[in-house]
Write a protein that binds this ligand. Structure first.
Ligand code: SAH
Ligand code: SF4
Ligand code: F3S
Length: 470
């Protein structure tokens, strides 16, 4: 597919806008909506687009799902428990609908894109009115119009690999925004379902991204999070071969106070990108770099295309170019055939790097992936024991690494009131670590300067620097 075919034509977007107006005019349309979101930032941002479209159709957000006229489940299928949770919640709503027969229920997101899932939904979940895949989002007005008019199930999982520009967005936060730079993934790590459900890698046009960033800056956004399954390979297939490093440099010039991005693949982490980060004024000194395993044989079976040594080289390069950088990672344990010694290699890598945080997962077989065919399933008891060991090691190391912030100045973007005290607020510092500071509701959404004073239970606390509102 070439790029011309990939981008949804303007005429189609205009046609959907007409459907949105038609839904709005329907006397029996839902008046309120609630989106339940599972999974990663991609899904969170898709939910913001769903909410944007529904508001254009005249609906208002409902805080509780059971009160809404239209409930949408935006699902994830990266691990089995994510899928089970989503399906369990959909089933629960079936009971609610008995008291509220006009309620419309939709299921969308990655899970729907799994082979055969749409049919399963049709047969086993007859109360679901609408099911659509990740690439059909922009057709929501048309699908909803049909569902409301025909009164029968509508399923759409046909489109793949499209880019739909110009969808309305109802942002979750006013101070921070997601900005997608690329969709899909071509890496086919052997354990991962994402390339099957999110389609081939496709990058958005750089000018469109820059324009969106400028609009966000003009609306007062203080932080943008650039999104992509593998942002480092941004630009593949675009005219002029733009790179992520180049794009980041331009975005840095716009003047948005804080720029972050997610996720990076170690094999594509270029020296150019590190240089741009080191020189940038607004690019936060933090990096999420999933390692998955510390053992070369397992990395090979995972199809990750780097070795432990190469990973460590990237880490030391990042640390020398950006001293004090905040590092986080993802780790999978109990990949098929993982021996105790191979697991110990992961433990030793964790000890060597000393991440500020690590997301740890027990391998979950996903139908259709290469690893699901591999032998050597690790018994649950072994996995439970290993993950506990890994988590407690990480907690212990975190206690050490976070100490480096004590006595330092940090700028935090205040996210909300602290859960522990009503007189405190918490937010993320520039290094992606959470900090709690004295404050009130009025500070939410502001960037605050503070000095880190102590570390308790792996949480940093600070004191506001007087007049230190940035
Ligand atoms: N594109 C991103 C995110 C992928 S999903 C990346 O490559 O980092 C987020 C994390 O989920 C992955 O990094 C991996 O650690 C984990 N994950 C993916 N598939 C999994 C599986 N089948 N079982 C357990 N964890 C998995
Ligand atoms: Fe999955 Fe690997 Fe792609 Fe990440 S890079 S989404 S882990 S296939
Ligand atoms: Fe899940 Fe889809 Fe994200 S499978 S992790 S919501 S890309």
């Amino acid at each position: 597919m070439d790029r011309g075919e990939m981008t949804v034509p303007q005429e189609e977007m205009a046609r959907q806008a007409e459907f949105a107006a038609m839904v709005r005019a329907l006397p029996h349309r839902p008046g309120s909506y609630h989106v339940v979101t599972y999974g990663c930032q991609m899904n969170a941002h898709d939910s913001e687009k769903i909410a944007g479209m529904l508001e254009e159709m005249g609906m208002v957000a409902s805080e509780k799902r059971e009160d809404a006229d239209f409930v949408i489940f935006n699902t994830c299928c990266v691990r089995e428990n994510a899928e089970r949770r989503a399906l369990g919640n959909v089933t629960w709503l079936k009971e609610v609908r008995k008291q509220k027969p006009d309620m419309v229920i939709a299921v969308c997101g990655c899970m729907i894109q799994e082979p055969g899932m749409a049919e399963t939904i049709l047969k086993k979940y007859k109360f679901v009115d609408l099911a659509f895949g990740t690439a059909n989002l922009h057709k929501l007005p048309e699908m909803l119009y049909e569902t409301l008019n025909a009164g029968k199930q509508t399923v759409n999982v046909e489109d793949r690999d499209v880019i739909a520009e110009g969808l309305p967005v109802r942002r979750l936060r006013q101070d921070a925004a997601y900005l997608t730079v690329m969709y899909g993934c071509d890496n086919f790590c052997s354990y991962c379902i994402v390339p099957y459900v999110r389609g081939r890698e496709r990058s958005r046009d750089p000018e469109t991204i820059l324009r969106e960033a400028e609009e966000l800056a003009a609306s007062g956004v203080k932080e943008i999070m650039l999104l992509g399954q593998n942002v480092n390979s941004y630009g593949k297939g675009l005219p002029g071969n733009p790179t992520f490093a180049g794009l980041l440099e331009k975005l840095d010039g716009i003047g948005i106070p804080r720029i972050r991005f997610m996720t990076s693949h170690p094999k594509d982490l270029s020296d150019d990108l590190i240089d741009v980060m080191a020189k940038g004024k607004h690019i936060l000194p933090q990096f999420h770099l999933p390692v998955q395993s510390g053992n070369n044989e397992i990395l090979k079976k995972m199809n990750r295309h780097y070795t432990r040594e190469q990973y460590l080289d990237r880490v030391s390069r990042l640390r020398s170019a950006i001293p004090g950088i905040g590092l986080s990672t993802d780790i999978i344990i109990s990949f098929p055939g993982e021996t105790e010694a191979q697991f110990e290699d992961t433990m030793s890598l964790v000890r060597e790097v000393k991440f500020d945080s690590a997301f740890t997962f027990i391998y979950s077989p996903r139908t259709g992936t290469k690893a699901a065919e591999m032998e050597g399933i690790i018994p649950d008891e072994v996995s439970t024991e290993r993950i506990q060991r890994l988590i407690s090691l990480q907690e212990q190391l975190q206690q050490e690494t976070l100490k480096r912030f004590i006595g330092q100045e940090e700028e935090i973007l205040v996210e909300g009131l602290s859960r522990r005290s009503r007189l405190a607020v918490s937010g993320k510092g520039r290094h992606a670590v959470s900090v709690t500071v004295e404050g009130t509701e009025q500070d939410i959404g502001q960037i605050m300067k503070c000095r880190i004073t102590n570390l308790k239970n792996n949480t940093l606390a600070g004191e506001r620097i007087p007049g230190g509102k940035a």
